[in-house]
Design a protein. Structure first.
Length: 185
């Protein structure tokens, strides 16, 4: 089984490095990969996302809907608590003067990513709504510890109100393709 996982990782890295799969975005320095829907021109990999700390971004080219991934390495002492990370994001976002009328759609709870993304890991999910420049915005953030590196991953799905529901099939597909990998030494 280990041999198969190693082969998969090497094949994935080779495909990304050669550009053989334009639907795949793999960042070995972050230890994560994500795919956009195959042969679907409505989705792309923009250089930057809405959130300044995003390291990988998949976005709809017409409607405002983005899936962004950020990563923090495990601290040398201690560990991350994904529930506290999600609660901290709620505190930061709801207290930010740029995000008006912030409210939680539901309490932060543990759940899996759609389709078993990121190895079917348990994530704590912040599901909220707010206004940016008087525009209603939805945000769903999955916070979890990557099994391979014990670092904190935050996957943020955000966009205009109603865009997740409109594009749920493809957004859930994208979330299901997320994989975490061992960081190179």
């Amino acid at each position: 089984m280990l041999k198969g996982a190693l082969c998969s990782a090497l094949v994935l890295a080779a495909l990304q490095d050669t550009g053989a799969n334009p639907d795949l975005l793999y960042k070995k320095e972050v230890g994560v990969s994500i795919m956009k829907p195959p042969k679907n021109e409505e989705w792309g990999f923009p250089e930057k996302g809405f959130w300044t700390n995003s390291q990988l971004v998949v976005a709809h080219k017409v409607d405002t809907l983005r899936i962004e991934i950020s990563y923090q390495e495990k601290p040398s002492t201690g560990y991350f608590d994904p529930k506290k990370a999600a609660e901290g994001e709620w505190t930061n976002l709801s207290g930010n003067a740029n995000f008006k009328e912030a409210r939680k759609n539901q309490e932060i709870k543990s759940m899996k990513l759609p389709g078993g993304g990121a190895g079917n890991v348990n994530a704590h999910v912040l599901d909220m709504w707010f206004k940016v420049n008087d525009k209603p915005t939805e945000l769903k953030m999955y916070c979890f510890i990557g099994r391979e590196n014990q670092g904190l991953y935050k996957i943020t799905l955000s966009g205009d109100e109603g865009m997740y529901k409109k594009h749920q099939k493809w957004a859930d597909y994208i979330l299901s393709t997320i994989k975490t990998w061992k960081l190179p030494k």
